[in-house]
Design a protein around this ligand. Structure first.
Ligand code: SF4
Length: 353
């Protein structure tokens, strides 16, 4: 009997109604790929939270990146971000209009462009959660060339979870393994104190099933706590060196999340001593001039359900555009762009239901 079958048998033995939310695009990919929702007992509902960094980057921040790209700087970005719609198209579309937008695999690729083209201004569009932020902090501490800067759109996981527990019905969380490798498991203690079991989980199918079993066991015992089900990668205290670098380079600010709105203390900006690398500071007037007339009220497709999907309130199949006007080749909303997006995974692994 496989490890997965054994875990499923145990889950079935003690299953009870529970709504478990994960906050991780990679978890969603595994769950969708292995059709885990179909094999779990029906009392167990697994919700997808706002854990896909591409999906939660708001239109405003994409518009700011496009404003820079259309003003003569070289705008560098991860590939997934290139196709995410802003209020007036994507970075890819800006490139087709003549803007110098280049896909990179890391911040080091972007710095290499700046070194190779010292006459150009190069901006790296820095998105992602606590997982990617330390790499960017380390790059800043290495003092990149003066023609290089970062347009920051980092998001923090814990404030988003706090926002969600007030808004949606959820009983337990599967904490994102990658984020936990950086911040550890203790920042999640506050949720256990409020009665939510929290399990830090890895990304294999058996690791996710184990985390669901651990949630059920906590429910049965009534002892709600934070447990580490991914000890091969996650230390309970996290990665202290990465935490120190983030602390040194960034300060916490309120931040906009696509579909959710502004969440207090959920983003980061460069500290004033690193302002020479902050594209939002260097190009502040230019960006403001370019985006000043954009209205963000009702700017997303009125039929796109990404906002509800990112909060675990609806499924992709609830969206009238799903598989019709919206598909991976022609994404209408951000949830269909990235391999970590709920709509993308639903399309790829479930298709039309
Ligand atoms: Fe938005 Fe497309 Fe998902 Fe519908 S299917 S919610 S339009 S991303």
């Amino acid at each position: 009997m496989s490890a997965e079958s054994e875990l499923l048998d145990k889950i079935r033995d003690i299953s009870r109604p529970v709504r478990i939310m994960h906050i991780c695009g990679t978890h969603e990919r595994t769950i969708s790929k292995y059709s885990m929702r179909d094999v779990l007992p029906e009392e167990i509902e697994v919700l997808s939270g706002p854990g896909c960094p591409v999906c939660v980057t708001p239109e405003q921040e994409i518009d700011r990146a496009i404003a820079l790209a259309e003003s003569g700087v070289i705008l560098t970005s991860f590939g997934d971000m290139m196709r995410v719609p802003g209020s007036n198209g994507s970075l890819m579309e800006a490139r087709s209009r003549g803007a110098d937008v280049r896909m990179v695999y890391s911040i080091d690729d972007a710095i290499a462009i700046a070194e190779k083209e010292p006459e150009s201004k190069v901006v790296f569009f820095a998105i992602g959660f606590e997982t990617t932020a330390p790499t960017n902090a380390a790059a800043v501490l290495r003092k990149p060339p003066g023609n290089f800067s970062l347009l920051l759109s980092h998001k923090l996981t814990i404030p988003a979870m706090n926002e969600l527990i007030d808004e949606i019905e959820v009983d337990a969380f599967i904490a994102p393994g990658h984020v936990c490798t950086i911040i550890g498991i203790h920042p999640f203690d506050q949720f256990a104190e409020k009665g939510f079991p929290v399990i830090a989980a890895g990304f294999e199918a058996d690791e996710l099933l184990l985390s669901i079993l651990m949630v059920l066991e906590q429910q049965r015992s009534g002892n709600h706590t934070v447990e580490n089900a991914y000890p091969r990668a996650v230390k309970n205290e996290g990665n202290r060196r990465a935490q120190e670098m983030m602390e040194k380079v960034f300060e916490v600010i309120d931040s906009d999340w696509r579909g959710i709105g502004t969440i207090k203390d959920s983003g980061m900006k460069l500290r004033p001593e690193f302002a020479m690398y902050d594209a939002a500071v260097i190009y502040e007037d230019l960006i403001n001039e370019k985006v000043k007339d954009i209205s963000y009220e009702n700017s997303a497709s009125s039929l796109c359900r990404c906002a509800e999907i990112l909060k675990g309130k609806e499924k992709p199949s609830d969206c009238p555009l799903f598989t019709k006007k919206c598909n991976p080749a022609n994404p209408v909303g951000s949830c269909m762009v990235s391999q970590e997006g709920m709509c993308y995974n639903w399309y790829r692994y479930r298709g039309v239901e």
